[in-house]
Design a binder for this molecule. Sequence first.
Ligand SMILES: Nc1ncnc2c1ncn2[C@@H]1O[C@H](COP(=O)(O)OP(=O)(O)O)[C@@H](O)[C@H]1O
Ligand SMILES: Cc1cn([C@H]2C[C@H](O)[C@@H](COP(=O)(O)OP(=O)(O)O)O2)c(=O)[nH]c1=O
Length: 952
Amino acid sequence: MTASGHHETGPGPDPETAAASRGPFSRALAVSSFGGWLGLLAVTATAATLADVSYARANLAVAGVLALWLAGWLLAEPAAAALAGRKGLLAGADVLRAVLFVSIPVLGSLSWVLIAAVLLGALSQVARRAAATTHPAVVFGPAPFAGLAFSVLALANGLLAGLAGRFADHPLDLTLTLTALVLLVSAGLNARGPLIPAGAGAAGEPALPAFAAGRPLVSSVPAAKGLVTGMLAAFAAAGLVAGLAQTYVRDLGAGQPGFGMLFAAVVAGLALGLRVAPGLLGGFARARLFALALIATGLFLAAIALIPNMVMAVLLTVGLSICGGVVWGTGGALLGLAVDDTVRGRAFSYLGAAAQIALVAVLAIGPALAAGIGRHTFNFTDSHSLTYNGAAFVFLIAAVLAVAIGVATYRRTDDGTGSGLRHDLQALLAARRAQPVTPPAPAEYPGVFVALEGGDGSGKSTQARLLADWLRTDQGHDVVLTREPGATPLGVRLREVLLGNASELGSRAEALLFAADRSHHVEAVVRPALERGAVVVTDRYIDSSVAYQGAGRELDGDEVQRLSAWATGDLVPALTVLLDVDPVISKARRARDASRTGEDRLESLADEFHDRVRAEFLALARRAPHRYLVVDAGMGPDELQHLIRERVRQVLPVSARRRAELNERLADEEQARERRAAAEAEVLRMDADLRRRRVLEAREREESRRRARDEAERQLQHEAERELRSEESRRNREEVDRRASEAAAAAALGPVTEPVRMPGRYPARPDAPTQVVPPVRPDEPTQIVPPVRPDEPTRSVQPVQPVQPSPPAAPHQPGQPGQPGYPAQSGQPGPSGQPGPSSTGPQPTQPPGAQPPARPQSAGPQHPDAWAPPPTRPTRPQAREPYAGDTNPVPQDRPARPARPERESAAPPRTISLPEIELPEGDDDDEQTGDRTINLTDDENGPMRRRGRRQA
Ligand SMILES: Nc1ncnc2c1ncn2[C@@H]1O[C@H](COP(=O)(O)OP(=O)(O)O)[C@@H](O)[C@H]1O
Ligand SMILES: Cc1cn([C@H]2C[C@H](O)[C@@H](COP(=O)(O)OP(=O)(O)O)O2)c(=O)[nH]c1=O
């Protein structure tokens, strides 16, 4: 039940509530609620069956069950509210209810049924507390279905009764058992998944305290009191039908299926009435509708009382309940308007509590009254008699009361001429007849037209101003803020005529003048602005004429509309914002508004006039909802403006400024994207460069490694060749030496006349005379000395230094050169160990057999001749002398082994000083010193070693 009738075409329920009402929790609650309603019907029927001994007892048993059930319901409310929200509470309550429903057929006593009713009422309250706040629809929603299910089960039981006697004897056991099962299912659903959400228990104040607190308040407001009385009357009428249905259907011979149908008709009708009530407000003043619906409720009840037919009873019950629903719908809205904002909540709490108490009273009193009245048969003639029993009598009494209250209410809303009702009915029919307005044609102008409508003081000017400011400054639109009447010089004069209190105008003249002002306004202001693309915001437009002159002045609304359509050339706003507010509130606002000097000609009209105007605005909005935004203007200005902007946004084109801003932003973004792309490309390029450089560097490194390796190889080769050459030279020199020694020996016998020519490495010239060196020893083969190059300066061979005899060393093979026993060297001088004479000057030759000087201890290099190595390259002790059997000219430069020092000392470095002889150029020259040295010592870096390393 809503507190007011606002928002009929406004936004629906908020999405969260809508979603919650569809969730699993909602389904579980619906099952629980369905079980509760089905159980109530089953227990009521059981009580009536158990007490079926007399009409009165049956009625009293039904009254007792319903009253006790409701008493348990009401009394348990504070405890249920306190317990609400506890885990497992709903499931526990459902299990207990299931047990109670099963216990009824088991025990089968009326007393137990009455006790169970109290307990069931209390447990139902616990279940309702869980649902009422978050899922109000779940509380009553399943009731009609429970009624229908009850009917079906009763029919099924009837069929089964033919098969088994137990079903005939206990017609409600099947329903009670199934009810218990339904509740167990609900308990399972609630225990497994959904729990009562936090705050679900806060379903308003408990009924009894709310009733006590609200009563004085509502009593002090006559309008509210009348409304609450009328609503309770309608509700009681519907409740009475449900309460008396059990005995009433028996009178009609419809049995339990009829009871279920009647119950379903009551609940479904109420729900339907509540739903259609807002739709009926378009044509009717709300208070008049309220009164008429209440009268109709009474009339339907009377018809039920007077027409003893089951089918008619169901149809009439539907009509009655719909009217009851309309009474509640409109009454609720009116009550919201009748009381002050501060006490509105309390007034509604009181209404809810009063409805429950009224229901208890009706359900208790109704059947009791029916029992008291009993069954009566009136015999008119012998053949014509009428059986009329207590239930029908009670319906009739209630009907009379309802009609009386309705008529009284209607009287208060009517001006006595009857034109109000006639107009309402005409408007209602017109609204039904009216074709839905077709959506406006695609905009014929680049601009946008927005109208604000609503009662006087609803806040249109305030909202129009705020909207225009926002459109202008924030959205960058060309905005024209205008109004009706009085937006042009002509309009100002017309406004004075229309609203001035001195004017006496007929309704039609008034309508024509408003239309004239509108026509001029559109032509002079609105259309030109729309043509240039502006947003036009107008404070009032055609709807004001239809509402004020049509509904308010009671002219034909359609005619008024056509008049304005003609005047404006069918210019329809793209959006109309309707600020809907109770005229009482807007009147209070006007009174507080210091800028107003007083009420104008139309503002000062009766409240009823303004009620009609408001209703007409709402009706117009309903006919073309796509063109309207209906907002509750009771909200604060900022909240309202927010809603309005949200909706206006949807019809706005992009303003020129906004378009420029968007273009600028797009360009900025494009530039930024290009910059980003360029930066990314640069990074990629740098990365590629880096990789390329790395590859090149790696290649270069590899190349230089290869070159270094080649160079090292080349050097090794060169060195090996050099060593080879040195070895060759050495051998040659040794040969020369030997010959020199021989020559010296020969000289001892006779002087040598010819200088000895040293054989060169280089090929001798063909003309060079080949020298034949005669064998020294008789067993030595004759050697051929290659010719010396003729261009080579002849160098005299220096006299050989006296050679010291080698100290005794490790045993050698006999015949090895340089060893004792080797004839060619036996007379050779050994290493002197003394600084040798300069190679430039002839050295004194020691006479053979002369005693050699003492050998120094030092094994350091001693180079007595010109070929001695420079001091930086010390020669190492000779490790091994060449074997005579060596065929390969392997250089004797193997490094000395430190493990054999005695050998080192035994074989000191041997430097042979040779007499100056001619050598081929390019041979082993030290270019820096010009010295030539034949190093016979082992050298660590000798070619042997290096070669060995390379091979490794
Ligand atoms: N949403 C609102 N809530 C309360 N007062 C309002 C609201 N909107 C406007 N008012 C006040 O109500 C009075 C009437 O507002 P106004 O905008 O002139 O209404 P209208 O143009 O519909 O006659 C002004 O004093 C204004 O300040
Ligand atoms: C535009 C128009 C205004 N009216 C009435 C409604 C208002 O009472 C009055 C215009 O006054 P307005 O300046 O809109 O008053 P408020 O600011 O109080 O709403 O004229 C009509 O009756 N028919 C119309 O077509």
